[in-house]
Design a protein around this ligand. Structure first.
Ligand SMILES: [Mn+2]
Length: 305
């Protein structure tokens, strides 16, 4: 039995890829089950509900020796707590590689816009039966991770796969559908600030220091800006508690391809301002035009500092 798991603070790509890859393995006669390392966000909930797909079981650890495949991540820190006790068999991902294994495993990494693109490509390449219920999820995940092709992570492969998947799914207007997804993702209600910051949050090591970067992709930037003071206090708290050099909350305006950035302290803010030539936009807020991708824009810039 293969247990397919996405990363912590799961997003639509991570969850849909886990479900779709587990199904891929089952179609090829293997036993497989997807697991989540956290609750789906509002966008993923919307997608699962729209296509009547059950939410996989949420776990924080798995039985020792379980055969696991990681999707949409390959770094230990983003993975299941007891990864070291598990039997890691494979990785399917589209992030930079930071992976050390004890034995050879299968690794499939492509510099594409989503992990779902890689899984969809496997279905097509290998001629594995692709049911509508799975095509729905793969299509949605590609749209989500590429911000419907707005993100610089988007490749021609992603666009081609969306076209092919939609031949199975048959959504009339994909632009409209993508806006429904983004709207669902933007509806955060009165979510506690710590949860808000950690909704899509990753910790990275740059130049020997640890940096936390939370991203909120939204069609409603004002929601975050209205909660600015609360968020700034929350960032400061995380910085101190988790002993980080800096913590950022990047509010990505999906439709305008720009970002408002909140920083845990003045030094953190100065650093970000310099690295990204960002503009000051009121107290504690930076603004960067064209900045939408943590993976392709933010992390690589920090790595070169
Ligand atoms: Mn992804």
């Amino acid at each position: 039995m293969y247990k397919v798991i996405g990363h912590k603070n799961p997003d639509t790509d991570s969850i849909c890829s886990a479900i779709a890859y587990a199904e891929f393995l089952r179609q090829r006669g293997m036993e497989a089950e997807p697991f989540l390392l956290g609750k789906p966000n509002k966008e993923t909930e919307f997608v699962l509900k729209k296509f009547s797909v059950a939410t996989p079981e949420i776990v924080s650890s798995l039985e020792e020796g379980s055969k696991v495949v990681l999707v949409d991540h390959n770094e230990k820190g983003q993975s299941i707590d007891n990864l070291a006790e598990l039997d890691l068999r494979g990785v399917i991902d589209h992030h930079k590689i930071d992976l050390k294994t004890e034995k050879p495993i299968s690794v499939l990494i492509q510099p594409w816009g989503s992990t779902a693109s890689i899984v969809a490509d496997m279905y097509f390449q290998e001629g594995v039966q692709l049911d509508r219920s799975v095509a729905d999820l793969l299509l949605s995940a590609i749209i989500s991770d590429t911000l419907f092709f707005r993100s610089p992570t988007t490749t021609a492969v992603d666009k081609e796969l969306v076209k092919r998947l939609n031949e199975i799914v048959g959504i009339d207007n994909l632009e409209t559908y993508s806006l429904e997804m983004f709207k669902a993702k933007s509806d955060l209600g009165d979510m506690p600030v710590d949860k808000l910051i950690r909704l899509d949050y990753k910790v990275f090591e740059f130049k020997g220091g640890k940096y936390g970067i939370g991203v909120m992709e939204t069609t409603d930037v004002d929601y975050a800006l209205k909660r600015k003071d609360e968020i700034l206090a929350g960032l400061k708290k995380i910085q101190e508690e988790d002993n980080l050099k800096a913590v950022y909350f990047v509010v990505v305006d999906i439709l305008n391809s720009e970002a408002f950035v909140l920083s845990s302290d003045e030094e953190a803010k100065k650093l970000f301002k310099n690295l990204f030539s960002a503009e000051e936009r009121g107290e504690g807020v930076l603004f960067a035009r064209g900045l939408v991708s943590r993976k392709k824009q933010i992390v690589p810039r920090f790595e070169k500092m």
